[in-house]
Design a binder for this molecule. Structure first.
Ligand code: UDP
Length: 413
């Protein structure tokens, strides 16, 4: 029998897909989950996203969009808890989900888990329900540890063995793994011994209706910014994002009267932001740096349009949505050679991919982009056109193509 409609239980145990973007644990994965769920809904499939309650005021059920809902479950109380503490509550998360499903007489024919913690909960559900389980890691513990060691980043703890072991188990036991780039696929095979045939590469997308080209002067007026050159950096504040390297690039660019706007970092990142502020002071560039804190996703279009260049100086990205969002707004990007950057940035045309985030290299490329030959000819519309293939509807269609056949695979149940 051929199943046409997918009824997906999506799992996002630790991070709420409608949580505040730019805080410590809420970033690209939440955007990806929301957008994929809505696009699958648009294609006629149905999606319930299950997440843990984080706030006693959370409603249990939100209608996200057509055919897609968000459902909060209690597991380990209803306050914020650490990710590793959540691990011990995953059995409760899975059994509460099952209880909810039974009470409402819901049925699912697919599990789609995001991040290893949800994957672990998904392994129980896959046994109980006998339906295919697709997982997407978003970041990999083994890669994070390797990157931190190579970059001599002492900040933050290493990713625990518990995570690395569970990622390896998941790769073996789930039915399909979705990676967002070829590099991620290689890492999953290399570190965890996955068979390449089990991994589908499905690039993330950008919401092309939300991230559009606006008039730069108007965007600046809207944000009360003046006529300086603006360098933008957007993301969670995390040592792996390399924001310190971008601040260290500023002294090389002193003559250019630049303002760096750093977006991201909620209350939970205050000490990291203070450290970056201290770094800017010690380099005497503090007058040129604004820490804007978290900005709502819907407001970011103004920042991307107000900026002359967006810089992504990360040591590691599994995909890297920010570069894509910036390009969709017609703003060029300087980014390290991680995640999807090499496939979305056209070298010298829509920005530069740099080998590493050394301050000198970042500064050189920023200067070249802003004042080098051709800098006055680059048009926002052609930059945007270069990423027109990266829509979330394409990602959702690829997901259906790659994963729906699992519904007819008799070896799954
Ligand atoms: N973001 C946001 N507001 C902020 C900081 C970040 O909306 O204050 C969004 C950003 O636009 C992007 C996501 O969070 O969509 C970050 O995704 P990315 O893939 O760049 O990094 P990740 O969080 O996955 O490491």
């Amino acid at each position: 029998m051929s199943h046409s409609q997918m009824k997906v239980a999506m799992l996002s145990a630790h991070s709420c897909p409608v949580g505040k973007l730019g805080t410590r644990d809420t970033g690209g994965m939440s955007v990806c989950i929301r957008e994929l769920a809505c696009e699958l809904g648009r294609l006629g499939h149905s999606v319930d996203i299950y997440t843990r309650v984080h706030d006693p005021d959370d409603r249990q059920i939100y209608e996200l969009c057509n055919n897609a809902r968000l459902i909060h479950l209690t597991a380990g109380g209803n306050e914020e808890i650490d990710k590793l503490v959540l691990y011990s509550h995953l059995p409760a998360f899975a059994s509460n989900l099952e209880e909810f499903r039974e009470r409402r007489e819901l049925t699912y024919n697919m599990i789609f888990s995001h991040y290893w913690l949800s994957g672990v909960a998904g392994l129980s559900l896959q046994q109980w329900w006998r339906v295919p389980h697709v997982t997407m890691f978003h970041t990999l513990g083994a890669v994070k540890n390797a990157v931190k060691a190579e970059a001599h980043l002492s900040a933050g703890d290493d990713e625990p063995e518990l995570r690395v072991d569970n990622e390896r188990i998941l790769v073996e036991k789930c039915h399909r793994v979705v990676a967002s780039t070829e590099q991620e696929k290689q890492a999953i095979t290399g570190y965890y011994g996955a068979s390449p045939g089990k991994i589908s590469v499905i690039p993330c997308g950008v919401n092309l209706d939300q991230f559009t080209v606006l008039d730069m002067a108007q965007a600046r007026r809207y944000l009360s910014l003046d006529g300086e050159r603006i360098v933008l950096c957007v993301g969670r504040i995390d040592p792996l994002k390399g924001v310190d390297k971008l601040i260290k690039a500023l002294p090389y660019l002193r003559d250019m009267r630049l303002k760096l706007i750093v977006i991201g970092g909620g209350d939970d990142s205050r000490s990291d932001v203070e450290e970056l502020r201290g770094l800017a002071r010690s380099l005497e560039v503090d007058h040129a740096v604004v820490f804007a804190g978290t900005v709502k996703h819907e407001q970011l279009v103004y920042y991307y349009n107000a900026a002359d260049v967006c810089v992504v100086p990360s040591y590691y990205e599994s995909f890297g949505l920010v570069a894509l969002e910036s390009l969709a707004c017609g703003t060029p990007v300087v980014a390290t050679d991680v995640g999807n950057h090499r496939s979305v940035i056209r070298q010298g045309e829509t920005g530069y991919v740099v080998r590493d985030n050394s301050p000198r290299r970042l500064a050189d490329r920023i200067a070249l982009l802003l004042t080098g030959p051709g800098s006055d000819k680059r048009s926002a519309s052609s930059i945007r056109a270069s990423v027109s293939g990266f829509s979330w509807s394409n990602s959702a269609e690829a997901f259906v193509r790659e994963c729906r056949p699992l519904l007819d695979d008799s070896s799954v149940s």
